[in-house]
Design a binder for this molecule. Structure first.
Ligand code: SF4
Length: 180
C-alpha cells in the first residue's frame, strides 16, 4: 500500500447486529481525516455496492451462519489483500453462536413455528439456508487481523486503520479485548 495513493477499503456484515459498523461511524470527526487516506469502495455505509476486483483492506463484521455468509466471506477473501475480522461475532461466534448448543432443526422450529402467533411456517424462499453450526470468520477463510470487542471501540478501529494506512500490520491486542 502506498502512502501517496488512497487505500481501497470494503466492509460488510455477515451474521451481526451492525453494532460494529456503528462503532466504525463512532470515529466521528476522525472519519474526515480517514477519507483523505481511504476510499470506501463497497459497504452498507455507502452507495457503492459492487466489490472491486482488488481491494486493499476488507473488513467483515458478524459470524458465518448461513450459506450466503460463506459466499460473502469467500468473495471478500478472494478480492481483499488484507482481511480484518471485526468484533466478537466475527472473531469467535459470540451471540449468533449461542444456537450451537441446539440442533438446527430445533432452532428453526422454535423460531418459526413454536413462537409464531400468525401463520407459523418455515420459510423456503428469500431466506439463505442456515449452516448446522455458526462459525467464526476464520472457520471458513484465512484472516489477517483479528479485532475483538462487542463492539470494538472506535479508538481500536481507528488504530487498526491507521496502522494499515501506514503500511504496518496492526496488533489490536493492546487496544481492545473480548466484550470490550
Ligand atoms: S460483536 Fe457485538 S456489536 Fe459487533 S456485530 Fe456482534 S453483537 Fe453486534
Amino acid at each position: 500500500m502506498s502512502m501517496t495513493s488512497k487505500i481501497k477499503v470494503a466492509t460488510t456484515w455477515l451474521d451481526g447486529c451492525s453494532g460494529c459498523h456503528m462503532s466504525f461511524l463512532d470515529m466521528d470527526e476522525r472519519l474526515i481525516e480517514l477519507v483523505q487516506a481511504v476510499d470506501i469502495v463497497y459497504s452498507p455505509l455507502v452507495d457503492a455496492k459492487q466489490l472491486p476486483e482488488v481491494v486493499d483492506v476488507g473488513i467483515l463484521e458478524g459470524s458465518v451462519s448461513s450459506e450466503e455468509d460463506v459466499q460473502k466471506a469467500r468473495e471478500f477473501r478472494q478480492h481483499c489483500r488484507i482481511l480484518v475480522s471485526l468484533g466478537d461475532c466475527a472473531v469467535n461466534g459470540n451471540v449468533p453462536a449461542m444456537r450451537n448448543h441446539f440442533k438446527l432443526k430445533d432452532v428453526i422450529e422454535r423460531g418459526y413455528l413454536e413462537t409464531a402467533t400468525l401463520q407459523p411456517q418455515i420459510p423456503t424462499r428469500s431466506v439463505p439456508a442456515l449452516l448446522p453450526v455458526v462459525k467464526p470468520l476464520h472457520g471458513v477463510v484465512e484472516v489477517d487481523v483479528f479485532v475483538p470487542g462487542c463492539p470494538p471501540h472506535a479508538d481500536a478501529i481507528w488504530y487498526v486503520l491507521s496502522e494499515l494506512i501506514a503500511g504496518r500490520m496492526p496488533d489490536p491486542s493492546s487496544v481492545t479485548r473480548f466484550g470490550a
